[in-house]
Design a protein around this ligand. Structure first.
Ligand SMILES: [Zn+2]
Length: 432
């Protein structure tokens, strides 16, 4: 009996190894060229109806993303892209994202008017005809908008920018080849050509702060950071409430959705244009401003003001959103569940829970005696618990620790739950 079990297990492991080998060794080269396909879309609509339209297809530099786990999602996200081989229907690449458009849909403006937002995504360039399926999900993780389109790699209208060298760049951290490492591009916004030294200093500070935080600190050798020189005509950042508008590279501004400190841009295509020919996967835009603010959107970008005293913690916090897909852990005392999170749905973000499906979150990190939920009065007793109040809501949604980089600017680092989520994601991107 014991022997039989062992035998079966050996066969199972052997099959796994063989399958694993064939997927890892053949899949990328079987389906993809060593190039990047940039997919530009316009998301448009209002609070009740949303649509996705294809804007442009671009063939750009070498593929800097992962070459393994190709058909797996890194996280669920608020939207997903699935690439299938047209002939067999096999899923050959998947990724996920969030968007400023989906945040805007929850504003009052979205009840009155239809608007459009730019979104660009990178996928490996298919060798044969492929079907791309892009979806947007609501807060119950139901599909609310979908677009399917075919990519014929021989299509003469796929714009080729491979040989374009739009911007000069230099590495602030080079740990290995773009193939093996996670490639982060840092850009300046509102820095003139004469301020390139200032940008370099600020970018160095961003890198120092990021890699002072675990798990980035221990896994630093899995990252490349490239500083890209794309100067703005004017110095400073547009601040609409002060009637200050600047001619900057990406037209970013504070007061996004009339929220003072929300600093974003809708010119994301421009960001990707200046990155043509440079290996990149994740984007940090440093805004030359002393005004407090920033924003980070999962698999889209981090944008944050670089001359505020909280620059260090904020740039890491926003990267927690844009790289890690982490939720905000802060909340407002008197606010209950907003439209952002549905109390009957387990959020996909790894660092918050509605307790609908807590076993998929950090339940395994609790000691047996930890009460669920954990009373606020016990915050000092439990390094990891289930504390009510997170993701803008004081009730019905929970976080793992008293404090965290995703909660305050004064926290010493990411909480254990966020650290594990980031660690898993870094390993997903860099380990077979
Ligand atoms: Zn956390």
């Amino acid at each position: 009996m014991r022997k039989g079990k062992h035998y079966l297990r050996s066969v199972f492991i052997a099959v796994l190894l063989i399958c694993g080998w064939s997927i890892q060794a053949q899949e990328y080269g079987q389906y993809f060229a060593d190039k990047t396909l940039r997919l530009d879309y316009i998301f448009s609509g209002d609070a009740t109806k949303q649509t996705i339209a294809l804007d442009e297809l671009t063939e750009t530099g070498d593929w800097a993303g992962r070459r393994h786990h190709l058909s797996e999602l890194p996280l669920k996200g608020n939207g997903q892209i699935t690439v299938r081989d047209s002939k067999t229907g096999a899923i050959i690449y998947r990724t996920s994202f969030s968007s400023l458009f989906q945040e805007w849909m929850q504003t009052n403006e979205a009840k009155k008017v239809s608007r459009s937002f730019q979104n660009s995504f990178l996928v490996p360039f298919p060798l044969k005809e492929a079907e791309v399926d892009i979806t947007l999900l609501d807060n119950r993780q139901q599909v609310v908008a979908e677009l399917k389109h075919t990519v014929d790699p021989a299509d003469i209208l796929i714009r080729k920018t491979n040989r374009f060298k739009v911007s000069s760049y230099n590495y602030l951290l080079k740990s290995g080849s773009p193939q093996d490492c996670i490639d982060v591009a840092i850009l300046g916004e509102g820095y003139t050509d004469e301020e390139s030294n200032l940008l370099e200093r600020d970018a160095q500070l961003a890198v120092e702060n990021l890699f002072a935080h675990e798990p980035f600190k221990s896994l630093k050798n899995r990252f490349n950071v490239v500083l890209v020189n794309a100067p703005s005509k004017e110095s400073g950042i547009s601040t609409p409430r002060l009637n200050e508008w600047k001619d900057t590279q990406f037209n970013s501004h504070f007061d996004t959705f009339y929220s003072q400190r929300y600093l974003t841009t809708n010119q994301t295509k421009k960001i990707h244009e200046v990155l043509a020919g440079i290996p990149y996967e994740h984007i940090i835009v440093l805004a030359n401003s002393t005004v407090y603010g920033g924003g980070g959107i999962y698999n889209a970008f981090t944008l944050t003001s670089s001359h505020h005293s909280f620059f260090g913690p904020v740039v890491v916090h926003e990267f927690g959103h844009s790289f890690g897909g982490l939720a905000d852990e802060y909340f407002y005392e008197n606010d209950t569940m907003t439209d952002t999170y549905d109390p009957k749905t387990e959020p996909w973000e790894q660092n918050v829970t509605t307790l609908v499906d807590f076993s998929k979150k950090w339940e395994d990190m609790l000691t047996k005696s930890t009460p669920v939920p954990t009373p606020a009065s016990m915050q000092k007793d439990y390094k990891v618990g289930v504390f009510e109040g997170a993701a803008y809501s004081a009730k019905g949604i929970y976080r793992g620790s008293a404090d965290c980089r995703m909660k305050t600017n004064t926290a010493p680092g990411f909480c254990p739950v966020c650290q594990r989520a980031l660690d898993r994601l870094i390993r997903f991107y860099t380990e077979k």
